[in-house]
Design a protein around this ligand. Sequence first.
Ligand code: ZN
Ligand code: ZN
Ligand code: FE
Length: 759
Amino acid sequence: MPKLKRERLKVLVRGAVQGVGFRPFVHRLATELLLDGWVLNSSQGVFIEVEGAPAVLRSFLLRLEKERPSRAVIQSLEPSFLDPVGHKRFEIRESDEGGEKTALILPDIATCADCLHELFDSTDRRFRYPFTNCTNCGPRFSIIEALPYDRAHTSMKKFPMCAECDREYRDPFDRRFHAQPNACPRCGPQVELWSDAGKILARGDGALEEAAGAVRSGRILALKGLGGFQLIVDATNEGAVRRLRERKHREEKPFAVMVSSLAAAQELCRISEMEERLLTSAESPIVLLQRKKEGQLALSIAPRNPNLGVLLPNTPLHHLLLHSLGVPVVATSGNLCNEPICIDEREALERLRGIADLFLVHNRPIVRHMDDSIVRVMAGRELLLRGARGYAPLPIEWQSEVGRQKSKTVLALGAHLKNTVALASGRNVFISQHLGDLENAQSYAAFLGSTADLPRLYDATPKLVACDLHPDYLSTKYAAELSAPVRTVQHHWAHVAACMAENELTPPLLGVAWDGTGFGDDGTVWGGEFLSVDAKGFTRTGHLRQFRLPGGDAAVKEPRRSKLGVLYEIFGGDELWQREDLLQDFTKSELTLLRQTLDKKINAPLTSSAGRLFDATASLLGIGSRASFEGQAAMELEFAVQSGVDESYSFVVREGSPLVVDWQPTILQIIEDLRSDQTRALVGAKFHNALAEMIVTVARRIEQQKVVLSGGCFQNRYLTERTIERLSEEGFRPYWHQRVPPNDGGISLGQVVAATMQE
Ligand code: ZN
Ligand code: ZN
Ligand code: FE
């Protein structure tokens, strides 16, 4: 835990929180906990800032939701832990009338308690109706075609309301007053069960029951959910889960599991109060939890993984299905690996043929696809890993001095993998939902859709386009086709800028951007970067020692190639090939070929990637000789780590500009430890600890107190928490991501910030 004496918690609460006694409640709670700060009503919702000890702030956050006035309904709650600004007392501030009047588009909101109650009340006219919703819950972003947000501008326009629904819609005292997707069994969308040939097998409740029966008997169900098709199988049925893996071509990447209730989640996992808050929140994301033991779940759900992604039902349709099933289900996006989720039933029949046995569909069109979001709790705070349903397209308010002075409309096109795009308008940066990997045609189409979508929805014309520095990225090429001037932004600088913006930081600071790969401004592959940031931009002040990656991108799937590159760098072109003990996972002919690649430096790019250094180490330890998804070996290396180890391997920081952090001693000591039969758990811990020490050492050298941690490597919980702890112990102030992913999903925000600073 960081040893900060005082922090500031900023919370924005959206929903039915005005005129229900919410501000007096916040005042009481803050005063009781002796917190300083303020609460304010604005057109966007209730803004709260409180300052105090971190543990008390966390308790404030939990009680804010648990003890809220009974009439208050929360549709979205956005907390960030920030540096204190020195609030002296607690006050209720005057309403902010001068704020921006932008009509915000809300994300899709999980079924509220009232609607859930009606769903299972046999006397209610919406008893077991899978599309019930109200002003407090239901679909939003996934059904909106244009603004203003009213029914005619949503995919509900094809369902004229019946007299009863219309009465509710017009009655200011009704919970469904102006609920745009309002519907009932008489007038609204309906479900059907289709065979894989598109033949209708059942309708309505019969379709639901039959679908549940099929899943119970081990079949794979394609379910048209809220933001697209999901594939559903019984999570306790090993054969069914394996079949899903085979058909989806998804070898080992963990599946998320949907359970019927919090209690059911508690049977599978250890759940902290913060995690419980996330699971049951209106955003209803997948929460990465620590699983208890194998339990009743199929082993192949998350092989060799101590964590489990869990989510609760978040639409009436999911509630009904899970209720009928009585077992947890795998709920994974309906696609082949790396494609975006499929949204149309006719298209689904095509694309999911051969994967799904049955299709549970409905006739409410999905306007834009929306995956499930993923979060985890790290270092006592929430960390978003994938932002989509429940989160997109709510803006990040960018408050830094730079943002205030120059608020240009900027469209940022994001990274190549895990793409999101962002639109900056005024002080808001709207970040799209997770769109996927752009090398995939369908993801690229979704990307094109979103770049057109965001400016249109917010009626903003981009004056500037920001994209990656990589000349060959599809997004970079697309930028050139747009009419606005283009600014390219180096990938790791974008990572750091994103983290800086969401933590409301101003330079100078030290940015640590560690990930798999990004195009450097010297034309090499970067990924283990230390960037000094000032008001004008960044300088590459240090990096991990470079090595050659034989086969380039092929190394992503084969961690042993990273190992070979690292060893080649250490031992050189002659000695390495004598070290057969280290090369046992290659055949003779493979080695001959790779030797040529390395000696001739053809298709063996230089990289300073921390992600690939993880891969190399994992490979030395015999973990994941082949990765079925990017970062798998690094992930398994993290899982192997033994806690409570304080020892660390050594390394050398070579003077120069930039500084070079040389991991050669680390790797040599690992080889030594393995020879003397030290456990993977110990070696893994010492390796992670060494990485944290590298960051501390460079921070000391640069003499920069603020240290910003970003990039995909900081999804690694051990590395992140250890680094935060060590930096804090040594008197530095570490910052990490909260509301924006540390992975490439955060790049679009960083591009906005960096491009604006360059102006
Ligand atoms: Zn509701
Ligand atoms: Zn109706
Ligand atoms: Fe990255």
